[in-house]
Design a protein around this ligand. Structure first.
Ligand SMILES: Nc1ncnc2c1ncn2[C@@H]1O[C@H](COP(=O)(O)O)[C@@H](OP(=O)(O)O)[C@H]1O
Ligand SMILES: [Mg+2]
Length: 455
């Protein structure tokens, strides 16, 4: 199959042309090349491939290169394609793990929830997802090649009175990993023991930084939403030399119909119980992902019941909204006003002319909402002194950017993932928008109002 055909009418120096094409091909394809010379009176190569270039004394009209051998026309895989595929499969598994734990939490009640030292909630799902994703990445890429920054540590799990909790985590991890083949991944040969599970959690102790490659994992982002039976996300990103190069966001409760997001929790829960999701209706549960620089962001349905994950699982490309008039735009923000000042964002919304009610959603599902075009603006203004962690933003930022949106701090600078576990030098807050016009308006409104705010 010809890879290219070019007219010789303009007397392109053949040597240079071949050299060019070879370079071109070498960059994009693997395999050996054969050279065919096309004669003016013949549409097919006159003989077997000429491997050395010697110009026959006749009028050449075309030149084509063909590939031989088993790798014929196989494109070189795009950068990070294996990482992306493994990450999506792992997040997919993690989402199903979370769905099972959430169902049990919601039915058994709040006493299943532990408190961390900073009083934030943590559950069996946080540790189990961290262990599961860590184990999958290590298996896929080799333990020595995998460095992970993640939210949870093993302190609380290792306490003498935490035996029951650890047992529950080990069981949850093993139940989940046993399903790995359904997701195109290998299951452990034998169930993981306590030590292996603790090791899988505690090895996620990278502290990030400006160089090298590391994964960033928030096993359950929006734990409060999770324990309340509401929105939450599993967020996994890959950072290389300080840049987020891949982002995967699993949103197990994210509805296909955006209106459902704004319903009252209880009502939404009742509705989803009455109409349990099926793979056909794809009611809720989505995985979002993007690779930096690809200009594309994708959404896959979560698979349900006993279905197998067949890559790329009916992925659909997603785009940010085209709305740039604030009067028609919707902004989203955290549910908890302790995490972002609702009064400040209300003032900003008023001054730029955002008229719709804010969409208050737990977790990085807000990033997904912007990337999918369900809302146009996301704003977060934490209290002074709060340091934003990289795992709360990395995956979401690259997904919004590749879907066509803009994410910066309130000074208009790109978020800095190169300074360790916290975002570097964040100016006031975070602003994500579907387009530059809305973004500019909000940045201007922040500048105009900041000094008179109490933040
Ligand atoms: N006081 C605070 N201000 C801002 N963000 C906070 C906060 N306390 C916790 N958070 C972060 O906000 C995340 C939840 O986001 P949201 O408020 O948008 O739902 C939490 O993630 P976890 O739930 O993973 O701990 C946590 O990292
Ligand atoms: Mg989080």
């Amino acid at each position: 199959m010809p890879l290219f055909c070019t007219s010789m009418a303009t007397k392109v120096p053949l040597n240079a042309l071949v050299q060019n094409r070879r370079n071109n091909l070498a960059a994009n394809h693997v395999g050996s090349f054969s050279l065919f010379l096309y004669h003016s009176n013949c549409r097919r190569p006159s003989s077997s491939p000429h491997l050395t270039l010697c110009l026959p004394k006749c009028n050449l009209t075309h030149l084509s290169l063909e590939m031989e051998g088993p790798n014929k026309l196989e494109p070189v895989p795009e950068k990070y394609s294996k990482e992306l595929e493994v990450a999506v499969r792992a997040v997919h598994m993690a989402c199903l793990l979370c769905q099972i734990v959430q169902e049990s939490l919601v039915s058994k009640g709040i006493d299943q929830v532990q408190s961390k030292e900073d009083n934030s909630p943590v559950t069996v799902a946080d540790w189990s997802v961290q262990a599961t994703v860590s184990w999958i990445l290590s298996e896929a890429f080799g333990r020595q090649n995998v460095s992970i920054v993640a939210e949870e540590d093993v302190q609380a799990l290792s306490k003498s009175n935490a035996a029951g909790l650890l047992e529950a985590v080990v069981k949850t991890v093993n139940d989940c990993l046993a399903e790995a083949p359904r997701f195109g991944l290998a299951a452990p040969v034998t169930s993981l023991g306590m030590t292996q599970v603790l090791e899988a959690i505690s090895c996620c102790n990278s502290t990030g930084g400006p160089t090298g490659k590391f994964w960033v994992l928030d096993p359950v982002d929006g734990t409060l939403g999770f324990v309340r039976g509401d929105q939450y996300a599993v967020a996994l990103a890959l950072i290389e030399d300080g840049e987020v190069v891949l982002g995967v966001l699993g949103c197990p409760n994210y509805p296909v119909n955006k209106e459902w997001l704004s319903y009252h929790n209880g009502y939404r829960r009742i509705i989803s119980k009455l109409t349990p999701p099926t793979s056909k209706s794809w009611d809720k549960g989505c995985i979002f992902y993007a690779r930096k620089g690809s200009g594309k962001a994708w959404m896959q349905p979560l698979i349900h019941q006993e279905k197998r994950l067949v890559w790329p699982n009916s992925a659909k490309q997603i785009h940010v909204s085209r709305i740039d008039n604030p009067a028609f735009a919707t902004f989203c923000e955290p549910v908890e006003k302790a995490n972002s000042s609702h009064s400040y964002t209300a003032g900003l919304a008023h001054s730029v002319g955002l008229r719709n009610q804010p969409l208050r959603v737990y977790s990085m599902v807000k990033y997904a909402a912007i990337a999918r075009g369900d809302a146009e603006v996301f704003m977060k203004f934490a209290r002074a002194g709060y340091k934003e962690k990289i795992w709360d933003h990395a995956a979401g930022v690259v997904i919004i950017e590749e879907a066509g949106g803009v994410v910066t701090d309130a000074g208009g600078h790109a978020l800095d993932f190169s300074k360790g576990i916290y975002l570097g030098g964040l100016d006031r807050g975070i602003i994500a928008c579907a387009g530059a016009k809305l973004h500019e308006k909000i940045i201007e409104a922040v500048d105009a109002s900041w000094n008179s705010s109490s933040l």
